[in-house]
Design a protein around this ligand. Structure first.
Ligand code: GLY
Ligand code: MN
Ligand code: MN
Length: 437
């Protein structure tokens, strides 16, 4: 299993500090613990920004970067090693070992943060933080700053300005290093295997969650701890519900099954969708719409190259879909008008993709100064057009109703085009029918 090494995290901290303004400080809290029900918590998953800079997966921690600080630029607050607590909640690194284990220059118990952090903020011109995301953190930050304000008559200087950390950090996260792409490639390979397994084992009569079980098993057997997002396994009409995650219904002969599932590996996501017939053979109407979505997807992937802007793949997909829907009689009118008035949204109501990385809908701007941004090598995105004909859409012939199709691949922008990371799952009609036959 390829994992990122500690140098990658150190390099990121250096890079972020180089982008920060003079005499500034950045503060990044770990993710909160959240309750599932009563005494049960959701599995803890570290905040992506926090992990990106630290490789540290514990809760109750705060990472502080202070470029130019004489006693160390990387300060970490974390849980102390306390035997009685570790017996209940697990092993901790602790502040004593944090310099050696995590590369921190200085580390303190999280319980001391209110005493120490105001002193680190004092005299700085600007604080970089993500504000407006977590009320408890915003509140705590204001308390630290207000504490300094109470000391102005003793000569303390409170920071005057807040800077958007997101902008600096997320532009870094948007461009993936070779090491990150290597991890994403593994996540993609494992996820591709899971989709292939689902196609191989499905039979009418199974429950949707039984296919989900095979996907989860494949992820975990290959070294992924959990999926990057809740898997969607929608058979028949359920494929037309974009965020269907109940996965509780029986798969019927004649259904198409839409599976949108990807694993998380060392904090990187894969995100794959395939749509295939439960009985191994596409019906004629299923074939028509499927081929149309596939043509749209290929046309979109062709637009993924440096210099093209973010929306070009989407525009290419929409053009193919609209022309095809006109030809099949699901839409009527003039293609340009339909595109301008977005009338295709009756069947295609989402965009053709999103950035992909540590978060499945990853960070990074899509527009710069109001214009779609240009694609650059190292960006990773999904290409995922679809068609969804509502089961009760009486504006179309009955044969089309209840067909939902999406085809989604993960694509890296390269120097002269792109590489599809998820090409291991078949997507042509012949390849799918051959695999399932
Ligand atoms: N799996 C979420 C998405 O495709 O955007
Ligand atoms: Mn997806
Ligand atoms: Mn996606």
């Amino acid at each position: 299993m390829i994992k990122l090494d500690s140098q990658e995290y150190a390099r990121r901290r250096q890079e972020l500090m180089a982008r920060m303004s003079d005499n500034s400080i950045a503060i990044i809290p770990s993710a909160p613990l959240t309750t599932r029900n009563r005494d049960v918590e959701h599995p803890f998953r570290q905040d992506s920004d926090f992990y990106y800079l630290s490789g540290f997966s514990e809760e109750h921690a705060v990472l502080v970067l202070i470029p130019g600080r004489e006693h160390g630029e990387y300060v970490l607050f974390c849980q102390e090693k306390i035997k009685e607590q570790e017996i209940w909640t697990g092993r901790r690194v602790g502040p004593e070992a944090a310099p050696e284990t995590l590369g921190a220059d200085d580390a303190f118990p999280i319980t001391d943060i209110d005493d120490i952090l105001p002193g680190l903020l004092e005299g700085k011109d600007r604080i970089y933080a993500s504000l407006g995301v977590r009320q408890d953190f915003d509140h705590q930050l204001m308390q630290w700053v207000n504490h300094i304000k109470t000391q102005v008559r003793n000569g303390a200087t409170p920071p005057r300005e807040f800077g958007a950390l997101d902008h600096l950090l997320h532009e870094m996260r948007l461009i993936k290093s070779d090491a990150e792409i290597a991890v994403m490639r593994q996540a993609a390979d494992i996820s591709a295997d899971a989709h292939v397994r689902a196609m191989e084992m499905v039979k009418p009569g199974m429950m949707e969650y039984q296919l989900e079980a095979e996907i989860m098993r494949t992820f975990m057997a290959a070294g992924s701890r959990w999926p990057a997002y809740p898997s969607i396994v929608g058979a028949g009409d359920n494929a037309c519900i974009l965020h269907y995650t109940q996965n509780t219904e029986e798969i019927k002969d004649g259904d198409l099954i839409l599976i949108d599932a990807g694993c998380e590996l060392d904090y990187y996501a894969a995100d794959i969708t395939r749509t295939f017939p439960a009985n191994g053979k596409f019906s004629d109407p299923q074939k028509e719409l499927y081929q149309l979505v596939l043509d749209a997807q290929m046309a979109a992937i062709e637009q993924v190259k440096p210099g093209n802007h973010w929306n070009q793949p989407h525009e290419a997909a929409v053009k193919v879909l609209v022309d095809g829907l006109l030809e099949l009689g699901l839409l009527e009118g003039d293609a340009d008008d339909i595109i301008k008035e977005e009338k295709y949204r009756q069947f295609y109501m989402h965009k053709t993709g999103h950035w992909l990385g540590m978060d499945v809908h990853d960070v990074g701007e899509y527009r710069i100064d109001g214009e779609w941004r240009e694609l650059e090598p190292g960006m990773v995105l999904t290409i995922e057009p679809g068609l969804y004909v509502s089961p009760d859409d009486d504006t179309v012939e009955e044969q089309w109703r209840g067909i939902g199709i999406r085809i989604e691949d993960d694509v890296v922008v390269t120097k002269d085009g792109c590489t599809v990371l998820t090409a291991n799952v078949p997507k042509t009609i012949d390849a799918i029918e051959n695999l399932m036959g």
